[in-house]
Design a protein around this ligand. Structure first.
Ligand code: MRU
Length: 366
């Protein structure tokens, strides 16, 4: 997608193929910088410290991280160590394990001398597939936004279609296009009159920093709101639909996404607002069916709760403390929205009910 008129992706292979570069998302929205990752350790650190984040991008970075490890040492032992090192960085988004397994399955049967090149080729395939899946999600979601527009009463036809999103499930969370934001970009480019309510998404504020940044660069009208405002906006008819992403979706349609997503789903249900979840199939964990019981929820540093990062008047990026010295914090990074609260899943293969039957029908070959 575009930044100041130039098309970017979030991750790319450097010429020669012995490093990958990424956009450093810890510096956005105030500084646009890129970072070169030259070995597996650097790739793992980038995922752990959220230089890169978002389920699909974590997966692609993990795949390239394994490639970098194999360039240094293609032995079975080194492959195993690198797999575990990368897989341990963030536990909730299943794309990471999925991408690492894809690389492992590809290279394990090969002689060591051929492994790094095979990992490079497969990582690039995963990255390109992610772009294609996200664009397809955008097209399927566009059809839904068009339906929402057509269903509005004639007195509201001139008003923008109001969409609410949580966290950042845009192109910065993927390789390009995004998941929840892909339909929004497609709708904007198709000339539909849309407006996006952007949940700030405490504690790390991916909405206020990343989603607002992305939408602004693409010229999509949006307004940042505090996380607690969504229910009020829905009660007053200011939200036509909620669209969010997913870090892990069970085979039965439960959805695990950034902490606070569940509360938005409850408010949406109470107000008759459709609640859509956009996800590529790389996010589906077919091995589990009960999201609340079975999805590991990452607990992050409590300083993300007690402190906040922002730009000072002198342009320096800094952290300030919010809560009193000595107060404890607790920081679960994700929550699970049960399938019964999800209006539909928007996948690269089309729109599915959040149910085992419907998902199985769409993915009969998996
Ligand atoms: O902790 P993050 O920033 O990695 O969390 C990201 C999200 O929760 C996204 O909504 C999710 O990964 C879907 S991304 C297309």
């Amino acid at each position: 997608m575009n930044i100041d008129g130039k098309a970017w992706r979030t991750i790319w292979l450097e010429p020669g193929g012995r490093a990958v570069s990424v956009i450093d998302q810890t510096q956005l929205p105030h500084n646009f910088t890129t970072l070169k990752l030259s070995n597996c350790q650097e790739a793992a650190n980038a995922i752990r410290t959220m230089v890169v984040r978002g389920a699909p991008l974590i997966g692609v970075t993990g795949a390239y991280g394994l490639m970098l490890a194999l360039q240094a040492d293609p032995s079975d032992a080194a492959l195993e160590v690198a797999f575990e090192q990368l897989n341990a960085t963030r536990p909730t988004a299943v794309n990471l394990r999925w991408a690492l397994q894809r690389i492992q399955n590809k290279v394990k049967p090969l002689p060591p001398a051929e492994r790094a090149e095979a990992a490079r080729a497969e990582s690039t395939v995963i990255a390109e597939e992610d772009v294609a899946m996200c664009e397809a999600i955008g097209n399927h979601g566009l059809a839904i936004i068009k339906q929402l527009a057509a269903a509005r009463p004639s007195v509201r036809q001139q008003d923008p279609i109001q969409l609410l999103t949580h966290c950042n499930a845009g192109w910065l969370a993927t390789v390009d296009w995004g998941t929840a934001l892909a339909p929004i970009y497609k709708a904007h480019r198709a000339g539909l009159n849309i407006h996006v309510w952007v949940d700030e998404t405490r504690p790390r504020n991916q909405g206020a920093s990343l989603t607002a940044y992305e939408l602004g660069r693409e010229g999509v009208p949006h307004t940042v709101i505090v996380d607690n405002a969504g229910g009020h906006l829905m009660q007053h008819g200011h939200v036509d639909a909620v669209i969010v992403g997913s870090d892990r979706t069970t085979g039965c349609g439960d959805v695990c996404n950034k902490i606070g997503t569940y509360l938005k789903a409850l408010a949406a249900r109470d107000n008759g607002v459709p609640f859509y979840v956009a996800l590529p199939s790389s996010t589906i964990d077919w091995s589990i069916s009960d999201g609340i019981a079975e999805i590991p929820i990452e607990a992050r540093s409590t300083t993300e709760v007690t402190h906040i990062q922002g730009r000072l008047a002198n342009n320096e990026i800094s952290q300030v403390q919010l809560s009193p010295d000595g107060s404890e914090g607790f920081n679960p990074a994700f929550d699970v929205t049960p399938a019964r609260l999800v209006t539909a899943l928007i996948t690269e293969r089309g729109v599915s009910a959040a149910s085992k039957k419907s998902l199985k029908k769409l993915y009969a070959d998996t």
